[in-house]
Structure formats: structure tokens, C-alpha cells
Design a protein around this ligand. Structure first.
Ligand SMILES: Cc1ncc(COP(=O)(O)O)c(C=O)c1O
Length: 387
């Protein structure tokens, strides 16, 4: 869809020339561009969702439970099972995707005169949460292997005095995990750090975006384990990725109840519809089925990464970023990555042009989809790389 904004509309000055965010939604046979779980809900889950939505349908003349208490309990049960961390309902909060969770965090803790600090390359929506809440977005550069440059981040915290520090684990688009000792160093520094534009004694919140965390190597810790120790920590999670529920739009926050109460101030009343709540609750009754392909997708990631390392571009092996997610960033030396993207698309395979120049990102599909990706990429690299 094209953008046609009449010049006489009073669009905010800072939005003039901006375009809506989003990867192309194209009707192609192999979609490996938005980091979804490629496996559909099994029929038993589909039936349960349909039945539970049918049950709430007669109540749709009424507003839903504003506090979505039953769903918050379901988030808590899920996290206890997934990470072994027990949290109270008051420490959980849901929204329409983790995008909304993080926007709410920016609405509560950002704003005019405030700054948010992240580590580039990272998820492209972060600057948009900042723009939309009049928060200044600043970044430090990651190391060459995309790990966090802790020293640079700590320096920036002291120099810039942000109110929000936003870290991603695993990071998108690189797949890099954030080691616990680095996160703890940031959390400790944040406990004493100043916030520009805030009163004395106010310290930043550290947000860890764990959208892809279920794809980590089993045994790897999660930021949830630090919640009891650090009340300034907020962990953002989602049902969109490993949980195979992107279409339902459900994300959630795990944090000290003080942080949750700040977010409750800025949320729209009844932001989570009765249908959304019923749908998510029904899916949580089938957590095993929803997560059943995660192990397989992890294995595919490993074999795909190994395979990519054996491919060459102008005689040199492709670079592949270490990923603990359901996608892999590869290339590193594509002088015209759009050309490779276009050639893959011509062969029915949609991936993503994202991250630093020279790199491309592919997310893990079914075995058949990955076979088609390999076939198409081999052809393209051979044709273009030998020209
Ligand atoms: C790092 C990261 N965080 C958050 C999101 C938002 O996902 P959702 O709003 O579907 O929960 C995405 C989506 O791609 C992501 O890559």
C-alpha cells in the first residue's frame, strides 16, 4: 500500500516524511522474513480456542476484565514452568504484543527531556517507541561479533543519564544472547545512576526484551532470575515467537509490581479485548503443543548456520552471527544485499534486508521451506558471486 498524506493535514512536524514501519507482507511460497514460528496450531488447540471464544461471545456487550487477572495468572504459571521463576500476578502485565508492552514502558518512563539507551544493531522498532513518546533514542555500538560493548554502555549511562536502558536477549537481528554477568553489571550501575530531567534519587529502569528467549540453548539463564534482586528490572516477553501465536497479538511484562503500576497509569482502559484474553487462555491450556517445535527449530538453526558457513561469496566463506534465536544473520560482505534479496524473492523465498550493511537475515521455517531456501540461495550465490 502506498502512502498518500495530504499536505494540508497538520501531521506532527517530526513525523513529516516518516513511513509506517513493517516488513513487506507478500504472498510468496516461502516466508522467512518476520521471525514467526512456521508451525500452525494443531487441531485440538484450534478447537479449544474456537470453543472458548464462543463462550465469551455472548458477553461482548460488556467491557472485558481491565486487569486481565486470569491471563496474568496464566503468564505466571507459564514462566514458572518455562524458567523456574515464580512471580505473583501483580508482577505480570499483558498487552497487544510486546511492542505495546515496550511502548507502554516508554510512555511511563520516557517522554520529553528523557533518553533511552540501546545497543546497535538492534530491533528497528525501538527508535519508533522513542519517537512516538518524544524520548531521545541513543545507542552504543556492539562489538564486531555483535556482543554487547559493556564498557561503552556503562560510559553512556553515566554521560547521557537515560531513564530507560533497553537491551535485547537474544538480540534481533543478530541472535546474540546477553550474558548474565553483563546484565548484572548494568543493573548494578543503574541502581546508582542518575536520570536527566528527574528528581535526585531517581534511577533508570533496565528493560530486557526477551521476545526470542525460548530458543536459547537449554540451561542458559534468563533475566527473570534477577527480578527478585533488582526492582529496576523489567522483562518483556511475547507469545508471538516460540509460542507460535503471532496472530493473536499477546505480549507481557514481568517486573516488580512498582513498575507494573507505573505502566497501568498509561495503558488505555480495556486495552486487551475479551476475545484476545480468551484466545490466549485457551492456548496456554496447550502449552506443550504450542512449544512442540521449538527444539526442532533450534536444531534447524544450528544446521542452517553450519551450512551457511560452507557457502562462499566471491571465493570467501559467508560470515554467520552466533544465534540463540529462530533466525540467523549471515553474509557480512554482500556489497549489494538488495540484489540477493530480490533474486531470492524471484525464486519465491522472502527473507529480510536488515542489520548492518552487507548482511541479510533469514528466519527458520519448516524443513521443506529451509530446503527451498538453500536451493535458491545456492543458485543466487553461484550466479551472482561468479559474475
Ligand atoms: C526483538 C523483538 N522484540 C519485540 C518484538 C515484537 O513482537 P510482538 O509485538 O509480536 O510481541 C519483535 C518482533 O519481531 C522483536 O523482534
Amino acid at each position: 500500500m502506498t502512502n498518500s498524506i495530504p499536505q494540508d493535514l497538520p501531521l506532527r512536524n517530526d513525523l513529516i516524511g516518516e513511513v509506517p514501519y513493517g516488513a513487506p507482507q507478500l504472498d510468496v511460497p516461502v516466508c522467512l522474513n518476520v521471525n514467526e514460528n512456521p508451525y500452525q496450531p494443531v487441531p485440538a488447540v484450534v478447537d479449544e480456542i474456537a470453543e472458548d471464544v464462543r463462550k465469551v461471545a455472548p458477553t461482548l456487550n460488556r467491557y472485558p476484565d481491565r486487569e486481565h487477572t486470569e491471563l496474568r495468572q496464566a503468564f505466571s504459571d507459564y514462566l514458572e514452568r518455562e524458567s523456574g521463576v515464580k512471580l505473583g500476578v501483580e508482577q505480570l502485565w499483558g498487552a497487544n504484543g510486546s511492542n505495546e508492552i515496550m511502548l507502554q514502558l516508554f510512555q511511563a518512563f520516557g517522554g520529553p527531556g528523557r533518553k533511552a539507551l540501546g545497543a546497535d544493531p538492534t530491533y528497528s522498532m525501538y527508535p519508533e517507541y522513542a519517537r512516538d513518546t518524544f524520548t531521545k533514542w541513543i545507542t552504543v555500538k556492539r562489538n564486531a561479533d555483535f556482543s554487547l560493548n559493556l564498557e561503552a554502555l556503562l560510559d553512556a549511562m553515566e554521560r547521557e543519564q537515560p531513564s530507560i536502558i533497553l537491551l535485547t536477549s537474544p538480540n534481533n537481528p543478530t541472535g546474540t544472547i546477553l550474558p548474565m554477568d553483563q546484565l548484572e553489571a548494568v543493573l548494578k550501575a543503574a541502581q546508582n545512576a542518575k536520570v536527566e530531567g528527574a528528581a535526585e534519587g531517581v534511577h533508570p529502569v533496565v528493560v530486557v526484551d526477551e521476545a526470542y528467549i525460548e530458543f536459547r540453548t537449554p540451561g542458559t539463564p534468563t533475566a527473570l532470575q534477577l527480578l527478585a534482586k533488582y526492582p529496576n528490572l523489567a522483562v518483556s516477553r511475547t507469545m508471538s515467537k516460540a509460542f507460535a501465536f503471532a496472530g493473536a497479538r499477546v505480549g507481557y511484562l514481568a517486573a516488580d509490581h512498582g513498575i507494573v503500576d507505573c505502566v497501568r497509569i498509561v495503558r488505555m482502559p480495556y486495552h486487551l479485548s475479551a476475545v484476545t484474553q480468551a484466545t490466549a487462555l485457551a492456548a496456554f491450556k496447550h502449552t506443550d503443543e504450542q512449544l512442540s517445535q521449538v527444539k526442532h527449530l533450534r536444531e534447524i538453526r544450528e544446521t542452517t548456520a553450519e551450512w551457511l558457513k560452507t557457502q562462499t561469496w566471491h571465493g570467501k566463506p559467508l560470515q554467520v552471527a552466533d544465534s540463540q534465536s529462530n533466525f540467523v544473520l549471515f553474509g557480512g560482505s554482500f556489497e549489494d544485499r538488495d540484489r540477493i534479496f530480490d533474486e531470492l524473492l524471484k525464486r519465491g523465498v522472502l527473507i529480510r534486508v536488515v542489520g548492518p550493511d552487507g548482511w541479510l537475515r533469514v528466519c527458520m521455517g519448516t524443513d521443506e521451506e529451509m530446503a527451498r531456501f538453500r536451493e535458491a540461495l545456492t543458485e543466487v550465490l553461484t550466479e551472482l558471486g561468479n559474475q
